[in-house]
Design a protein around this ligand. Sequence first.
Ligand code: TRP
Length: 325
Amino acid sequence: MKKRILSGMRPTGKLHLGNYVGALENWVKLQGEYENFHLVADWHLLTTDLDTSKIKANTIDMVIDWLSAGIDPKVSPIFVQSQIKQHAELFLLLSMLVTIPRLERNPTVKEQAKDLGLESNMAFGHLGYPVLQAADILIYKAHLVPVGEDQMPHVELTREIARRFNNTYGNVFIIPSGKVTDFARLPGLDGRKMSKSLGNTILLSDSPEDIEQKVKRAITDPQKIRLGDPGRPEICNVFIYHKKFNPEEIEAIEKDCRSGALGCVACKKNLAQKLAAYFAPFREKRSYYEQHIDEIHDVIAQGNAVAREVAMATMDEVYQVMNLG
Ligand code: TRP
């Protein structure tokens, strides 16, 4: 029997290249080797944003991106957290097994609190979201959780809670491992963290024209001003993208950039073309799904049914060892 993966994202809408390189691409690669469960973490979104007006549209957009990138819903169920109420039940029970000081030590939560100016004013649910995440993972008895670096503290907490539960009540849960993706994080076109709020993203769904416009504005070596000036690929954002999406030409680009033979305008134009070609099959699938939204609803309904069955079976075990019900 294949081991199981549980991976999740908050439904923030259309995905960008950073989401792809940091997570989605890896999910698709792991699909044959593991049994993949993919969670739309809509409850998690509430920890940092109470506005739910776009949550449905954003869920559909994100799931379309997952499918268009190659997630096969027949083998990898896609489901929505709020539709599997057992997550909330398990969250309640697990919350008894973790202390408030332990939650307050979580570096990712601390950083969020600082960024949002919530240090002494954090919601109970926000402080506790890593426990909800533990429930997401443990309820499916996942062996592996592919995550970004920032999510590793939550996986560590999940392991602690699982051990504590197993020791206290009986062996129900698998102790999961986290797996950080190999490729270093892809920066935004300006060199900062790629993020929608910073306006420095390329979306997977961008048209070739959009891609070209965005790549044109990318920040390269500031000392390379005109054709003929020697450049430093090691500090160039466009070069990082070539490395990832145009590996065949990487040696020639490096050499010609350093010598000055290759100018930034031509180099960017080339990258834009390579990116557009790389994601052409993606865009084709995406436009199919955009015209067949019913299929997306079906995929989610079927995924929910599969997930719910597993979650219910785990909760039966939980209630049994806890003498509840
Ligand atoms: N907390 C994750 C994020 O902010 C989303 C998430 C929720 C998740 N539950 C999960 C990720 C379970 C992995 C496993 O991106």
